[in-house]
Design a protein around this ligand. Structure first.
Ligand code: ADP
Ligand code: MG
Length: 499
C-alpha cells in the first residue's frame, strides 16, 4: 500500500487509479489490411481500400498481430482465450471511414493477468506490488484530424486507420502517481522485451487513458472516476493523476459530486479539462462483426508463441542478482530496458572473455562501469563524445586493463574520454599518454624504502602500535610515484617491509 494521500480541509483522501494502455502492435501491415504501418509517411499514403471502407471490401485478420497479442498476454502470465471474437463499436467521426471500430468487447483474446512493480524507496514505492490486469483485446486505431493546415477547413490523415492496437486494461489497483508511473514503465519494458510494441510514446505507439477516483481514507467503496484520454508520457500520466485527484477532492469538499466523464490532459498547464460525459456501451451499439469469423487458436500456435518468448524483465533481474551477484539496484536499472541490458550483456561477455574469468566474477565491475562510470564520462564530454566510439571492444579493453591493475579507476576514465573523442585504441592511449599504473615491484620497493628512510620516527611509532600510520606511508609512496603506482602492490610491499 502506498502512503500517498491528498490532504483536504475535511481530512485525508486516497487515490485509486486504473489505466487503459493502448499499445501499437509491431507489425508491418495493419490489423485487417495489407497497408503499411510505417511511421512518418506522407498523409494518406498508407490507406488501402479496406482502410478507406470502400463498399464491398472485407477485413482479413493479420496473423502476426494475433501472435503479438498472445505473446504479450503470456508475458503478463495471463489466461489466453483460445476462442475470441471481434465486435463493432459504432460511432460517427471524420477520422473513422467505416463508421465503426473493430474491437473486442465481449470476448477478448487475453484474460486476467498481472504485472509486478518493484519497490523503489526513492520513487515513493515502499514495497513490491502486483497490479492486476483485467484483459488485453485487439482493436483498430483511427485516423487523425488536422485543424491547423487551413484557415477554414480541417484535413484528415488516414494512415493510422486500421493499425492494430492492443488495449491493456489494468485493475484499479494503483494508489499513487508513482505507482502508475512505475506500471507504465514496467509495461513498456515488457512490451519491448517481447517485441510486440516499440513503446515509443512520442510517436504515439503507446498512450494511456488514465482513470482516477478519490475516496476518504478507510472508505471501502470506490469513488466515481473520470477518464483522462490519450496521455502520452510517463511524466504526463503522473501529472494528470496528481491534478485530477486534487480537483476531485476540491469538488467533493465543496459539496459537489464527481460526474463520470472523459477529460483531456493539457501538457502545457498540467491540468485536465472536461471533454464529454461518459458514454455507455449501449451508445455504441456493439455487436459481433458479421464480416469476421471468431478467432480460434490451436495448441501448436500457442506453443509456438510461448517458445518464442525471451527472458522477461523479472526473470532477468532475478538472474542478475542470484547468478551474477549484482545488487538489487544495479539489477533493476540494467533490466529496465532492452537496449540497456543488451549493451550490458555484450560488454559483460567481452570483458569476461578478455580477462579470462567467468561472467559472475566481473559482473559488478561491468555493471558499475555501465551504469555510472561510462555514462558519467559521456555526459561530461557532451558533444565532444562520438557515441560510435563507445564500442563494447574498447570498453572491455579498458575494463581488462583495470582488472589487471595496469590502470587505476581514474586512468580508466581518462582513457575512455580520449577513446570517445578520437576512437583511438585504449591500450595504445594508455601507453602513449602515460596513463598506466606502475606495478613493477622493483620501482615501488625503491620508493617505499625512500619513504620509510625519510620517516624513521613514524616507522618507530607504527611498530609501537600506531597502525593508523599505514595510510600515511601509502600516501607518501603514491606521492613519490606521482600517483601512478598500483595501490595493491604498494600495500603489499609496505606490509612486507613494515613487518
Ligand atoms: P469501462 O468499461 O466503462 O471502460 P472498465 O470497468 O472497463 O470501465 O474500467 C476501465 C478502467 O477504469 C479500468 O482500468 C479500471 O481499472 C478503471 N476503474 C474502474 N473503476 C475505477 C474507479 N472507481 N477508480 C479508478 N479507476 C477505475
Ligand atoms: Mg474501457
Amino acid at each position: 500500500m502506498s502512503n500517498y494521500r491528498i490532504h483536504g480541509a475535511t481530512g485525508d483522501w486516497e487515490v485509486v487509479i486504473g489505466l487503459e494502455v493502448h499499445a501499437q502492435v509491431t507489425s508491418k501491415a495493419k490489423l485487417f489490411s495489407g497497408a503499411s504501418t510505417e511511421f512518418g509517411a506522407e498523409p494518406n499514403a498508407q490507406v488501402s481500400l479496406v482502410d478507406a471502407a470502400m463498399p464491398g471490401m472485407l477485413p482479413v485478420p493479420n496473423a502476426e498481430c494475433v501472435r503479438q497479442a498472445v505473446r504479450t498476454g503470456m508475458a503478463i502470465e495471463a489466461e489466453i482465450n483460445k476462442w475470441s471474437r471481434f465486435d463493432r463499436k459504432n460511432y460517427f467521426y471524420a477520422d473513422l471511414p467505416q463508421g465503426y471500430q473493430i474491437s473486442q468487447l465481449y470476448h477478448p483474446i487475453v484474460g486476467e493477468g498481472k504485472l509486478l512493480i518493484e519497490a523503489d524507496e526513492k520513487a515513493g514505492i515502499p514495497h513490491d506490488k502486483i497490479i492486476g490486469i483485467e484483459r488485453i483485446h485487439i482493436e483498430q486505431d483511427a485516423g487523425k484530424l488536422m485543424h491547423d493546415q487551413h484557415p477554414t477547413m480541417s484535413y484528415v490523415d488516414l494512415n493510422r486507420v486500421g493499425v492494430a492496437l492492443m488495449e491493456i486494461v489494468s485493475r484499479p489497483d494503483m494508489t499513487s502517481p508513482a505507482e502508475a508511473g512505475a506500471y507504465v514503465r514496467k509495461l513498456r519494458a515488457i512490451l519491448r522485451y517481447v517485441g510486440s510494441c516499440d513503446g515509443n510514446m512520442e510517436e504515439g505507439s503507446m498512450r494511456a487513458d488514465v482513470n482516477v477516483s478519490v475516496r476518504k481514507v478507510g472508505d471501502p467503496e470506490l469513488g466515481t472516476r473520470t477518464e483522462t484520454k490519450n496521455v502520452n508520457s510517463v511524466r504526463f500520466v503522473m501529472a494528470a493523476i496528481e491534478h485530477e485527484a486534487r480537483r476531485q477532492v476540491d469538488v467533493l469538499e465543496d459539496g459537489g459530486t464527481i460526474v463520470q466523464e472523459t477529460r483531456l490532459f493539457d501538457p502545457g498547464t498540467g491540468t485536465t479539462r472536461s471533454m464529454r460525459s461518459k458514454e455507455d456501451a449501449h451508445d455504441y451499439r456493439y455487436f459481433p462483426d458479421p464480416d469476421l469469423l471468431p478467432l480460434e487458436l490451436d495448441d501448436q500456435f500457442l506453443a509456438d508463441c510461448r517458445a518464442s518468448l525471451p527472458e522477461l524483465p523479472d526473470a532477468k533481474r532475478k538472474r542478475y542478482i542470484e547468478e551474477l551477484g549484482l545488487s538489487e539496484y544495479n539489477a533493476r536499472e540494467l533490466t529496465a530496458d532492452v537496449e540497456v541490458f543488451a549493451r550490458f550483456e555484450t560488454l559483460l561477455a567481452a570483458t569476461a572473455r578478455g580477462i579470462g574469468k567467468p561472467e559472475n566474477e566481473v559482473a559488478t565491475q561491468v555493471a558499475n562501469w555501465s551504469l555510472s562510470v561510462a555514462p558519467g564520462v559521456m555526459k561530461a564530454l557532451g558533444d565532444e563524445a562520438n557515441p560510435a566510439h563507445a564500442t563494447a571492444e574498447a570498453q572491455a579493453a579498458i575494463l581488462d586493463m583495470q582488472a589487471k591493475g595496469e590502470i587505476s579507476g581514474g586512468q580508466a576514465k581518462e582513457i575512455y574520454e580520449i577513446v570517445l573523442k578520437t576512437g583511438r585504441d585504449p591500450a595504445e592511449v594508455a601507453d602513449t599518454e602515460g596513463l598506466k599504473q606502475q606495478s613493477d615491484s622493483g620501482a615501488i620497493e625503491a620508493a617505499v624504502d625512500a619513504v620509510l628512510a625519510a620517516n624513521a620516527d613514524k616507522v618507530e611509532q607504527y611498530r609501537g602500535g600506531k597502525e593508523a600510520l599505514f595510510g600515511f606511508f601509502v600516501g607518501q609512496t603514491m606521492k613519490a610515484m606521482q600517483g601512478k603506482a598500483n595501490p595493491g602492490v604498494v600495500n603489499s610491499v609496505l606490509k612486507a617491509k613494515l613487518g
